[in-house]
Design a protein around this ligand. Structure first.
Ligand code: ADP
Length: 225
């Protein structure tokens, strides 16, 4: 599904990625770990085509992401959902409206919006918060809403950059359970985290980055930093 072929990213004062090569198969749940500055966010940006490699190629289903024309990029991006540590919700819209807005933006009809929004809110355990505004939600609930929004258009791939970075252990565990559920229904997941417990509990594939290089790629990884 995703293939990094000798990807390098050099910034004026640092090398963020160096000869990074790996493949991600459909349905995988991959975690990426590494100290701050190891290149995790840069790697995710390459997949989202938010930045271009200095050399090397990134393929999404055999398509070179960075050779896709600007007009076709939105179609590709629609296949990827993303969640970040700084939860980017619309403050003046309710939980329901935050998700409905995303569906409207991608041209989904009203009847689908009416049926799908309650369904996805149920999946993330927010059925009773449909009319709440983001400031009325806890940190964990806000992150669950951001996840609901990221998956509402049924992406093939979900990217989560430190999604539990600001959460306590209980909320972190809940978020990870939701990711597992999403993965079980067929969505490929790439997660970056600093959280050793998350990695050890998942027991799934872990790629470890150090100074922009892949130093480990373990099938049933343990946190080894
Ligand atoms: P991580 O997510 O693992 O903390 P990043 O991918 O954010 O690491 O950063 C990797 C390296 O690239 C760091 O040395 C960082 O300072 C550098 N870097 C990241 N983004 C930029 C940028 N836009 N301009 C210059 N340097 C950058």
């Amino acid at each position: 599904m995703i293939y990094f072929d000798k990807v390098c990213k050099v910034y004026p004062n640092s090398t963020a990625l160096e000869e990074v090569t790996f493949t991600i198969e459909p349905g995988e749940f991959l975690s990426i770990v590494g100290h701050s500055g190891a290149g995790k966010t840069t790697l995710l940006k390459m997949i989202l085509a938010e930045d271009v490699p200095t050399s090397g190629n990134v393929y999404f289903d055999s398509v070179d992401i960075h050779k896709v024309s600007k007009s076709k990029l939105p179609l590709l991006r629609r296949r990827i959902g993303s969640v970040f540590q700084d939860i980017r919700l619309l403050p003046n819209k309710t939980a329901y409206e935050n998700i409905a807005f995303t569906m409207e933006a991608s041209g989904r009809p009203d009847d689908e919006i009416r049926s799908d929004v309650p369904h996805v809110l149920d999946l993330v355990g927010l059925s009773d918060k449909m009319t709440s505004f983001p400031h009325e939600l806890s940190g964990g609930e806000r992150q669950r809403l951001a996840i609901a929004r990221a998956i509402i258009n049924q992406p093939d791939l979900l990217i989560a950059d430190e999604p539990t970075g600001n959460l306590d252990p209980i909320n972190t565990a809940e978020i990870i359970e939701i990711f597992k559920k999403i993965n079980e229904i067929g969505t490929t997941i790439i997660l970056t985290t600093h959280n050793k417990k998350v990695i050890d509990n998942l027991g799934r594939r872990v790629i470890t980055l150090e100074k922009g290089r892949v130093i480990r790629d373990d099938k049933e990884g343990k946190y080894a930093l």
